[in-house]
Design a binder for this molecule. Structure first.
Ligand code: BES
Ligand code: MN
Ligand code: ZN
Length: 498
């Protein structure tokens, strides 16, 4: 984002000068062609005249503009908000459409009047910012950057304090979400476990007074008994890393201080998933660079929390490895031992996410007393079949954590859907040769993966698992990382702090 954003309680325009060109004024109209938000004044009248002389119907995201030179030289754009009763569900689409319509102007005033509440304002502003996101670092010819320099949100409110706070959190969220998208979009020859650790180091440096970084390599992880993690990592020439970021948002950071019952975020960071010896088919395998989407989301969330200065203790643990076939790779049938002593028979080396995560979950429980643990992972294709790309799956053993996550998902429209953890599903996880196999049958594949993780959660430890295989990236022609569920997680953590 190269433009500034601000909220105002009314529309006041300065006389344009040579250096400050006249702005574009954006209004919204419903599907009856009426302007939203009780906006008034000469500019609103211009917008009404513009609607009256056109065939504009206020259809969602349709727009009409005049770049008129009358009055003070400002231009007018009216964007269709569609049917009012559906506006709540369309607010993000409208945010993206608004960005498109203003990006070629230097300054824009977005006139919501009294039509937008704080929650929808946050969703709208984040969608607008996200529409400006680009990942073009590898093109030799850069596309021209957009002209936009300043966006002013005009919301008719007596007090702007809450809207200013909402915008400030939105900007922090956008920064974190963009960081997550950058990490996940990066090519897998460039983004490997070591370079991911370097990115975490940069983050730790940027917020050094509150953040402490520890990176464990394979030697240390072997010593700690992380046999499951190592079974995935050892087939790759790239060294696996366990990346630990401590954020002291509540406890003051000193040389000796420790986090006080932090919330723990754990992310699956498979920087490329070939499937290992249980090799994946080649079609679309490039998209397995997104298999560190959980790690990206947790690092992005951490960055947003640092940026917003949320008063909470947080520990973020990233299990970063590459899943490759090689002479050193794990074979189907190999038996390894997790950090907590559980023996695991690896029946399918493509079910690697749960293997790196289980040791990370053991580590975080052994070294912290987490208030609750949230893990995020692009864990199963079965989750994509079940929920598609609309909602992330959430599994939890704790009602408070689950409710808080779902509430944050609703608030940000970064939605979740609860899935079951019944023992009857866990019953599929029976091995003839070890405590656990790493896969069940094909039936309920996302659920048995979650049951596998649950095995490593200690009695009484609150925990939730997010399967984001369908939501972390878009596949096909518009492929790319979404940065989900950063918005939900930032909102969740903010609510936990207050
Ligand atoms: N990373 C994949 C899951 C995935 C699939 C994410 C499609 C995004 C899109 C995961 O490591 C995997 O391969 N899971 C297997 C598990 C199976 C072997 C039990 C799967 O879903 O097929
Ligand atoms: Mn896999
Ligand atoms: Zn994977």
């Amino acid at each position: 984002m190269t433009f500034t954003t601000q909220v105002h309680s009314k529309l006041t325009l300065k006389k344009p000068t040579k250096n400050t060109p006249a702005p574009q004024l954006v209004f919204f109209a419903d599907s009856n062609g009426n302007l939203l938000g009780n906006v008034s004044g000469e500019h609103a009248k211009r917008a009404e005249r513009l609607i009256a002389k056109s065939s504009f119907s206020g259809e969602l995201c349709a727009s009409i503009s005049d770049y008129g030179l009358d009055i003070d030289g400002s231009g007018i754009t009216v964007i269709g908000a569609g049917k009012l009763e559906k506006l709540a569900g369309n607010i993000q689409k409208l945010g993206a459409a608004t960005y498109k319509s203003i990006k070629n102007h230097t300054t824009a005033f977005i006139n919501w009047g009294d039509a937008i509440c704080q929650k929808h304002f946050s969703q709208f502003a984040l969608a607008l910012l996200n529409a400006s996101y680009r990942f073009d670092r590898h093109f030799s010819k850069k596309s021209e950057s957009d002209a936009l320099k300043a966006v002013h949100f005009v919301n008719h409110k007596d007090s702007l304090v809450e809207y200013e706070a909402a915008l400030s959190l939105t900007k922090a969220t956008f920064k974190g979400q963009s960081f997550a998208r950058d990490l996940a979009n990066e090519a897998p020859n460039i983004l490997n476990p070591s370079t991911l650790a370097k990115e975490a180091k940069k983050l730790a440096k940027e917020y050094g007074d509150k953040v402490e970084l520890t990176v464990l390599g394979e030697k240390e992880m072997t010593k700690l008994g992380m046999g499951c993690f190592m079974s995935v990592s050892k087939g790759s020439a790239e060294e696996g890393k366990l990346i630990i970021l401590e954020y002291f948002g509540k406890t003051k950071k000193t040389k000796k201080s420790k986090l006080n019952q932090p919330i723990a975020l754990v992310g699956k960071g498979i920087t490329f998933d070939t499937g290992g010896i249980s090799l994946k088919p080649s079609a679309g395998m490039d998209e397995m660079k997104f298999d560190m989407g959980g790690a990206a989301a947790m690092l992005g969330t951490t960055k947003a929390i640092c940026e917003a200065g949320i008063e909470i203790d947080l520990v973020t643990v990233i299990a970063a490895a590459e899943n490759m076939p090689s002479g050193k790779a794990t074979r189907p049938g190999d038996i390894v031992t997790a950090m907590d002593g559980t023996s695991v028979e690896i029946l399918n080396t493509d079910a690697e996410g749960r293997l790196v995560l289980c040791d990370a979950l053991c580590y975080v429980q052994d070294n912290y007393q987490p208030r609750t643990i949230i893990d995020a992972a692009t864990l199963t294709g079965a989750c994509v079949i079940a929920l598609g790309s609309v909602r992330s799956a959430v599994y939890s053993n704790d009602e408070d954590t689950l409710f808080a996550l779902e509430t944050a998902g609703e608030y940000t429209n970064d939605l979740l859907w609860q899935m079951p953890l019944d023992d009857e599903y866990a019953a599929q996880l029976k091995s003839n040769f070890a405590d656990l196999p790493n896969v069940g049958s094909r039936e309920g594949g996302s659920i048995t993966a979650a049951c596998f993780l649950k095995h490593f959660i200690k009695e009484g430890q609150a925990w939730a698992h997010l399967d984001i295989a369908g939501t972390a990236s878009i596949s096909g022609a518009n492929k790319g990382a979404t940065g989900r569920p950063v918005p939900m997680l930032v909102q969740f953590l903010k609510a936990q702090a207050s």
